[in-house]
Design a protein around this ligand. Structure first.
Ligand code: FVH
Length: 289
């Protein structure tokens, strides 16, 4: 990108401010708006222009980037300025469900607004640094047109024309992250009763847990084939292991809630007669009804 691209940012929360800072650092002019005035702070000193109203912000020129709290806040903010948005571009980086993203894309299309949805897989301090990812889906022409801007924030991925895909991938990956962290913290709670710090536990657990993610590709092959017939460890074996882990937690006075969740998934498959099959079969209990 040789010329600076004027951009509007709606939302100056932790993430919005990080996104604006990266654009300003690269010399792109940014008009900012926030529901609560006075949040622009140091961004003004670095060249941002604060708009007094959403209408003033969205008519400043360039793509309108939306980084608010949730879907409802996006609709509350954009609905009153729908007419002013006609012929313009909205890039929504607010976390929404796939269905909410598709709803916003349809709302935008009905009003002649180009819409690209985005899902930020990074925390604010990571913006503009290696490791940050932002997934996009929806209008491919918008993605291509503003790719230079997007790449200032994070590694950019385009997942397809279905506006819901970026948030689907985002929230599906996070579905793995939160149970992983809750299991790690259960372990930390167990060893803490023996005077072991979480830092010491992390040194022991992190390499093993990281190594376990290496088996995802093999698990995925079995799931795609629906082949659970030749397990290294059967569900009947696994539930005994899980019950031992839970018993160890309770002995330490630690409620083994994360492990109990896994046990419920395994028990479901055993009760349906699949005890001799592999652990990966628990996915079959997660299909749409
Ligand atoms: N922070 C993070 O680590 C995560 C990383 C992954 C992606 N998320 C998503 O990014 C969106 C913004 O997150 P945030 O961290 O900036 O959130 P806050 O600091 O709480 O700022 C929220 C902004 O939204 C404004 N806001 C809230 N409700 C409304 C509303 N009804 N109408 C208009 N604006 C609203 C709020 O304004 P104010 O409270 O300052 O007036 C902030 O500007 C989010 O989707 C994360 O899931 C971040």
């Amino acid at each position: 990108m040789t010329t600076a691209t004027g951009t509007t940012m709606l939302g100056l929360g932790a993430m919005g401010r990080a996104l604006v800072a990266a654009l300003l650092k690269a010399g792109h002019p940014v008009t900012v708006w926030n529901r609560t005035p006075g949040r622009a702070g140091e961004l003004i000193e670095r060249g941002a222009v604060e708009a007094g109203t959403v209408h003033e912000a969205v008519t400043a020129g360039g793509p309108v980037v939306v980084c608010l709290y949730d879907h409802a806040s996006v609709r509350q903010t954009l609905t009153p300025v729908a007419d002013a948005l006609r012929g313009r571009t909205v890039v929504n980086l607010t976390t929404t469900t796939p269905g909410e993203a598709r709803e916003l894309a349809a709302w935008a299309e009905e009003r002649g607004v180009a819409y690209l949805d985005g899902a930020i897989m990074a925390i604010p301090p990571m913006i503009g640094a290696p490791g940050a990812q932002i997934l996009y889906s929806g209008d491919r022409e918008v993605f291509d047109r503003y790719r230079d801007l997007f790449d200032l924030w994070a590694a950019s991925t385009y997942d397809g024309a279905d506006a819901g895909l970026a948030s689907l991938f985002d929230l599906a990956i996070l579905s793995g992250m939160y149970p992983l962290f809750s299991g790690f913290l259960q372990g930390a709670a167990m060893v803490r009763t023996a005077g072991v710090t979480a830092a010491e536990f992390a040194e022991r657990a992190a390499p093993f847990l990281a190594a376990m993610t290496g088996s995802f590709a093999h698990t995925a092959q079995l799931v795609d084939r629906g082949d659970y017939s030749a397990p290294v460890q059967s569900l009947d074996w696994t539930i005994t292991a899980l019950e031992t882990i839970a018993r160890a937690g309770r002995e330490q006075g630690v409620a083994p809630i994360p492990v109990d969740m896994v046990t419920a998934l395994v028990r479901q498959q055993i009760d349906q007669g699949h005890g001799s099959e592999g652990f990966d079969r628990i996915i079959e209990g997660m299909r749409p009804a």
